[in-house]
Design a protein around this ligand. Structure first.
Ligand SMILES: [Zn+2]
Length: 360
């Protein structure tokens, strides 16, 4: 496992559901700490300031640390645990998955219970089980046993999935590439900037609570007050069977990071977007352009670009198969291309370039 794989393993396996980002925050802090001055907003987002030339523009690189997960909502007297979902889960990917309940006494492993086929009626087999009817089983036989294990109402629950390098050697399987992939890109870019001159001040920001409403983006952008922002994300690749409608755009794993032209919640600054595309072309860095307005889901860019009187913002995403599940897949080539591209873009963001972005 090389350095990037080690970083992705560490970050994706860490727990960090919205509002409970402590585990992943510590890791981000460990990696960003040696690279600049660390501060926090009051919701828990991490901000690393790396100064370049004195009076250059302020560039905010943002990636969210939180992942989708659950909270304990009820313990039945038979010892089963009901849960509330945080973030956008699809019920179909939950059954029989492993989870880790973070209790005050330590971690407790459980599985999301699924009736075996032996017990299903013909009608049940055809139906989707809804998460309100699911429960977590920690192998207890009474509520007393659950309590003894330390589980309490409102304890956070994290998906469990082991980071694995797949057969190609270039693709990785894990949970939470959305957006620990973005966090890893951000850390790698900030590491590079340490040995390079740049005409600006870089703020690498790991935000909290994106999956429940872009909340850490709102608070951290107020502290940073950037001149330009680049949001790093994980987005849904649709290169698998049945995922794209014929005649529509296909975003491929390994086809390069994705810059989005339009989404329901944000239109990127045209100059910043075009600068990114030009630099990719000049340096022969693969880049995919998403212009499909039907794709759902918001990003921190929605909050950041509306800060103050407006911030020129663009969203750059790693394509991820099966995003928002225990078994997501990403490609190393997309990671490397994103790091390469961002390094070049940041080096090009001087005062004039940034001023011109909002010269109407
Ligand atoms: Zn995300």
């Amino acid at each position: 496992m090389d350095e990037v794989e080690g970083l992705l393993k560490e970050l994706t396996e860490a727990g960090g559901i919205p509002g409970h980002e402590a585990e992943v925050r510590q890791l981000v802090r460990k990696h960003l700490g040696p690279l600049g001055d660390i501060s926090y907003d009051r919701l828990g987002s991490v901000i690393c300031e790396k100064r370049g030339e004195a009076r250059g523009p302020k560039i905010m690189l943002a990636a969210h640390m939180d992942e989708i997960g659950f909270l304990v909502s009820h313990i039945t007297k038979e010892g089963f645990i009901r849960f509330a979902a945080l973030g956008g889960w699809w019920d179909q990917v939950l059954l029989a998955q492993r989870v880790r309940i973070k209790t005050a006494q330590g971690d407790v492993i459980g599985t999301i219970g699924a009736k075996p086929p032996h017990l299903l009626s013909d009608e049940e087999r055809r139906k989707l089980v809804e998460k309100d009817n699911m429960y977590i089983d920690i192998g207890a036989t009474s509520s007393d046993e659950v309590e003894k294990a330390g589980v309490r109402i409102a304890d956070p629950i994290v998906p469990v999935s082991e980071f694995t390098v797949l057969a190609s050697g270039r693709t990785y399987l894990s949970k939470a590439f959305d957006d620990r992939g973005g966090c890893a890109v951000m850390i790698a870019v900030t590491q590079r900037m340490v040995s390079l001159d740049h005409p600006n001040t870089l703020f690498a920001v790991a935000t909290v609570q994106e999956e429940v409403g872009l909340r850490g983006a709102k608070t951290s952008v107020t502290l940073v007050n950037p001149d330009v922002a680049i949001v790093l994300e994980g987005t849904a690749a649709n290169d698998m069977p049945g995922a794209s409608n014929e005649g529509h755009q296909v975003l491929r794993l390994g086809g390069g990071p994705v810059v989005t032209f339009y989404r329901g919640d944000m239109i990127p600054n045209r100059h910043l977007r075009d600068l990114m595309i030009d630099i990719a072309r000049k340096n022969a860095i693969p880049l995919q352009i998403r212009a499909d307005g039907r794709v759902r889901g918001g990003t921190d860019g929605a909050a950041i670009h509306l800060h103050g009187s407006g911030v020129p913002t663009v969203v750059l995403s790693l394509p991820v198969r099966y995003v928002h599940s225990h078994g997501a897949i990403m490609h190393r080539a997309d990671f490397d291309a994103a790091v390469e591209l961002l390094t070049e873009v940041i080096r090009g963001l001087d005062q004039k370039t940034v001023t011109d972005m909002t010269a109407w």
